[in-house]
Structure formats: C-alpha cells, structure tokens
Design a protein around this ligand. Structure first.
Ligand code: B12
Ligand code: SF4
Length: 513
C-alpha cells in the first residue's frame, strides 16, 4: 500500500435480485454510509457504490485497498458473486449486515472477513489491526479464518450512545440519492432496536430488544442540514413511536423549529391508542406511515407474537385517516393458520378499508429468526437460494396450502388491490397520490409476472410433497477487469472465479438435482 496516497476503501450495497414492492425507491441502507463517514474521518478515501444506482466499475474497485460489502438476505447471492470477483482481483473483502451476521461461515466462503452485528465500533478496530499486521484476536465482532479454522470473536455490547455516531455523508455515493416521484428522500434513523419480538423479524436479533435513541437535539441538528423544501425525510426507525414520550418530545421540537419537511416512518398499529400523538405527527409533517398490520386473523397475530389485535388495526386506520396521514398497510401471507379462504377475506377487507396503499407479501424465513429455525427444523423450507428471500417468493411449504397456492395468493392480493376498479375509486375520491402509486404498482405487478414466468412454471410443476431441491440462479454476469493486483495482507484463491463461471450463464436458470 502506498504511503503517499490515502488508503482507499470502497463500500458496495449490491442491488436487489428482482423487482420488489419498493423498487422505485432507490435509497441506501445507512450502514455503508455511516461506516464510510467514520472511515473518512479516519483519513481514508471512501466511496460508496449503491449498485441500484450505478453499475460496479471493477477498474475503479481495483484501486481500493479493501472493499466492504453490505448485505441483507435477499441480496446475499449477488453479494457473494461480487465478493468472489473482487477477491479474485487480489483485493480483500470484508462483509457486514444482517444476513452475514447470522450466517458468517457461509459468507467466509466468499470473503476474507465478516463483521457481525453493528459495525461502528468494530470496523475501525479491525482496520487498525489489519493495517498494522496485528493478529485479530482482540477485534470484536470479527469472524475470520485462522490456520484453516473459522474463528468467531465475541460480539461486544451494542452502541449505547447513538449520538456518538456521525451523520452519514451522502456525498460518498456517486450522484447522490436518486429522486423518487420528484422528491429527494433523505434517510435518517432516530432509534435502533425494537422492544417487541415478532417471530419472523430479524431486527431484534440484529439491533436488540432494548430500544436505543438519539437525543432530540442531535436529531434536530441533523435535520437542520437538509433542505425542508426539497428533501423529504424517511425515518428509518423500525418503531418510531415505541416510546411515546420521547416521540412527542421530538415531534414538538420539529414543530418548534418550524420545519416544513414532509416525512414518513414505520409505526405499530397500537400508536392509535394515543390520538394526541397521531395528531402531533400530522402537525410535525408526517405524510405516510408504514404499518405492519401483518394479518387480520387473531390466530396468526398470536402465532407470530405480534402483540396486536384486529381492533387496534381498525383503530389505527381510522386515526391516521382522521389526521390525513397516508397509511401504507403491510400484510403477510403464509402463517400457520392461513388458508386460501382467510387470505381472500383479508384482501376483501383491505379493498374496502381506507388504507391508502398496501402490500401483500409472503412470510419469509429469514436466517436469525424463530420462523427460520422452526421451518428449517421441520424440513419445510424448499428453496435456499437467498435471492428468493425478498418476500415476493414462496420458499417454504405452508400448512394448509401448497407453495403455488401461497404464491398465487400474494399475486392476487396485489392484482386486486391495484385493479382498475380500485384505481377509479381513488380518482373519484381525488386521492391523486394513491392513484399515482397505484398505477406504478400495477405496472410493477405486470413486470414482476413477466420476469418470474419460469419461477411460476416451476411452482406449477411441483407436487405438494416434492423432495428435490431446485435452485433458481438469478446471478448476472459481472464484467471483470483483466488487471490483477497483489496484496500481501491477504491470501486469495482462484477457485472463486471457477465457481462464478459455473453459475454465470444467464440461460442456466433452473437446475434440478
Ligand atoms: C430502510 C429499509 C429499507 C428501504 C431501503 C432498502 C435498501 N437499500 O436495502 C426499503 C424500504 C426500500 C427496503 C426494502 C426492503 N427491505 Co428493508 N429495511 C430498511 C430498514 C428499516 C433500515 C435499514 C437501515 O438503514 N438500518 C440502519 C443501518 C445503520 O443498519 P445496517 O445498514 O444494517 O448497517 C449496520 C450493520 O448491519 C453493519 N453493516 C452493514 N453493512 C456493513 C458492511 C460492512 C463492510 C461492515 C463491516 C458492517 C456492515 O454495520 C452497520 C452499522 O452498525 C431495515 C431495518 C433495520 N433496522 O435495519 C429493513 C430491512 C433491512 N429490510 C428488510 C427487508 C426484508 C426488505 C425487503 C426484502 C422487503 C420487501 N420485499 O419489500 C426489501 C428489499 C430491498 C433490497 N435492497 O433488496 C429486512 C432484511 C432482513 C434480512 N435479514 O435480510 C430488514 C432488516 C427489516 C426486517 N424487518 O427484518 N428496506
Ligand atoms: S416486526 Fe416490527 S414490531 Fe415486530 S419485532 Fe420487528 S420491528 Fe418490532
């Protein structure tokens, strides 16, 4: 590594493997940006490649001293292909994010290091050890190979002082964040963790059940950096109103600042218990809430440990409508008590409700969750290609349906909620925002079906108790620069290239064995 020029780290957030309900929102997760900002402050040259925004230029990547890849489960297959390519160029790769936190050994087949859990404390320590050729025994959260064995160093306590985390520098992404429906979205997280413990959710495994907050002052200071006329804020919290007192303090401070930001966030249905809070959200500029209603079947709500009643769902819809806050209702199909009949009733209810927009997705056994452990132990997970774990593909056998029936129920939900009839209803009510999103959603559904014809065919051919494994390979060919780079910190092998070549034929879509 040259001593004259700054060392360089490139972070990559790989793109989604397929179309998904939020495909139009090209926004980054905050991990690479926060870690990039920290590295910049430590004197490194940093770039963040949001692959959804720009193609990876491997010539450029070749100039990095180390590459950090961030992945969730659905992007893991692609992340591993990219990691293989980069390691083959002789550049060390470190991975992080929820997927590799729960399955670090799988990741170490493709990269050199994994940092599990939060990266803010661990990455700088790792970098210091790596630069100085020290051993990694004392690097927290690190998984790596030593003398042919995989070592998992202990995970240290989650960050308690969230104010100590620097504001993300969005200029690290080339061309910044793309505009969506004419708006420049700014992601901002005010808390981490969630006190609930829904069985299908990986948030608590990653960020803990003890919710941690940034101070109101620290959040307001960050908000002041943005332009409230041009930017809309997406609060990335999993449960923005988990602590009602602190939520009110923040909202009052936003009102006092006279910000005219429009913003959106995720809340739970139980927020409606506090009408004053909902009204305060409206007064502070809240435009849309994303609510995990999940199911209208009390048995399913109980089973998933959502701690939420159907009555609360109905109250929440009313309360937000009363305050002119758009509700995006998130529903999940595939719980143990779900039947085709129950799902049809749910779709009917949603169609007749005042939910502005909705998503009907499929229960997905994400590694690190109770759902994954239970379904895997029961041998009911039929597909292990992570690219299918985007909640749009049915990957396990439901109890009272076939996999195909579950998949078709999901498609039917979207088709019916975004039907021409429903769109006309929006037009008549002058709900233009909902109408525009509805038109987009219709087009997305059509395109999704076109892109997933082979998948649908495969499901159709499957008999209920099939016992063979199918691997749908969605990897795309990645251009490799010819130049190789040597790096004496790290050993690389060539067999990754061979592995990639084996998979890189885009025509080789389905392999059955
Ligand atoms: C904002 C958000 C979105 C946005 C933007 C998504 C994007 N660009 O991927 C939108 C709305 C578009 C979205 C869509 C989806 N999302 Co989303 N989303 C989130 C949310 C709420 C916040 C993400 C975030 O910024 N977190 C805060 C930052 C600080 O955390 P982080 O990025 O994970 O980074 C930390 C560590 O992971 C680690 N780290 C991360 N990367 C790296 C890299 C290196 C090198 C190192 C060392 C460390 C490291 O250090 C970081 C700092 O501590 C999370 C929930 C959550 N709390 O994280 C869900 C979450 C990431 N989403 C999830 C899912 C399932 C999806 C969808 C599949 C759902 C769907 N079908 O609609 C899609 C898929 C999108 C895609 N990329 O393919 C799941 C992923 C679970 C999993 N185990 O894989 C999460 C965790 C929610 C959940 N309930 O479980 N999502
Ligand atoms: S689904 Fe929502 S309420 Fe449940 S644990 Fe996850 S973040 Fe918390």
């Amino acid at each position: 590594m040259s001593t004259l020029k700054k060392p360089k780290i490139i972070f990559i957030e790989p793109k989604a493997p397929n179309l998904h309900i939020f495909s139009v929102f090209v926004i980054p997760r905050l991990g690479t940006l926060i870690l990039g900002t920290i590295m910049q402050k430590l004197g490194w040259e940093v770039e963040v490649i949001l692959e959804e925004n720009e193609e990876i230029d491997f010539e450029k990547v070749n100039q990095a001293d180390i590459v950090g890849i961030s992945t969730i489960t659905s992007t893991a297959t692609r992340a591993f292909s990219i990691a293989d390519q980069i390691r083959n160029m002789g550049i060390p790769v470190i991975m992080g994010g929820p997927h590799v936190t729960f399955l670090p050994e799988e990741a170490l087949e493709h990269c050199d290091f994994v940092i599990r859990s939060e990266g803010e404390k661990a990455l700088p320590i790792f970098i210091e050890h790596w630069m100085n050729g020290k051993n990694f025994d004392n690097v927290p959260n690190l998984s790596y190979r030593k003398n042919g064995h995989i070592i998992h160093n202990p995970i240290i306590e989650l960050i308690t002082d969230l104010d100590s985390i620097p504001y993300p520098d969005f200029a690290l992404i080339n061309n910044g964040i793309k505009r969506t429906f004419g708006y420049q979205i700014v992601p901002l997280q005010t808390s981490r963790g969630c006190p609930f413990d829904c069985e299908f959710c990986s948030v608590t495994g990653m960020f803990g059940r003890k919710i941690r907050y940034r101070s109101t002052e620290n959040i307001i200071e960050e908000l002041r950096q943005y332009d409230d006329k041009k930017n809309v804020i997406f609060f990335y919290d999993d449960n923005f109103t988990a602590n009602r007192k602190r939520a009110k303090a923040l909202l009052n401070a936003m009102i006092k600042e006279k910000f005219s930001f429009k913003w959106s966030t995720q809340v739970r249905a139980d927020v409606a218990k506090d009408p004053q809070l909902v009204n305060l959200m409206h007064r502070a500029g809240c435009e849309t809430v994303f609510i995990g209603f999940e199911s209208l079947d009390p048995a399913s709500l109980l089973e998933m440990k959502k701690c939420q009643s159907v009555e609360q769902i109905k109250q929440a819809i009313k309360a937000f409508n009363r305050n002119r806050i758009h509700v995006h209702g998130m529903f999940v199909f595939g719980f143990e008590s779900d039947t085709e009949k129950k799902i049809t009733e749910t779709i009917k209810f949603v169609n007749h409700s005042r939910i502005g927009t909705a998503q009907f997705l499929i229960l997905t056994p994400l590694p690190g969750t109770v759902t994954f452990n239970k379904l895997k132990a029961a041998g009911r997970i039929k597909f292990f290609d992570w690219a299918l774990y985007d909640a749009h593909h049915a990957v396990f056998e439901p109890k009272y349906m076939t996999i195909e029936q579950l998949q078709r129920a999901q498609i039917k939900g979207h088709q019916s909620f975004y039907s021409v009839r429903q769109l006309l209803k929006r037009l008549i009510r002058f709900e233009t925002g909902e109408f525009v999103i509805g038109v987009y959603a219709r087009r997305l559904n059509r395109n999704w079906k076109k892109r997933n014809k082979i998948w649908m065919k495969a499901l159709e051919l499957l008999k209920p108790n099939f016992d063979f494994k199918i691997n749908i390979d969605v990897r795309q060919l990645i251009k490799l620069p010819t130049q190789k780079k040597s790096n004496d910190h790290i050993q690389t092998t060539n067999n990754y290239r061979d592995k990639f070549d084996k998979f890189s034929n885009p025509n080789q879509l389905i392999k059955a064995n």
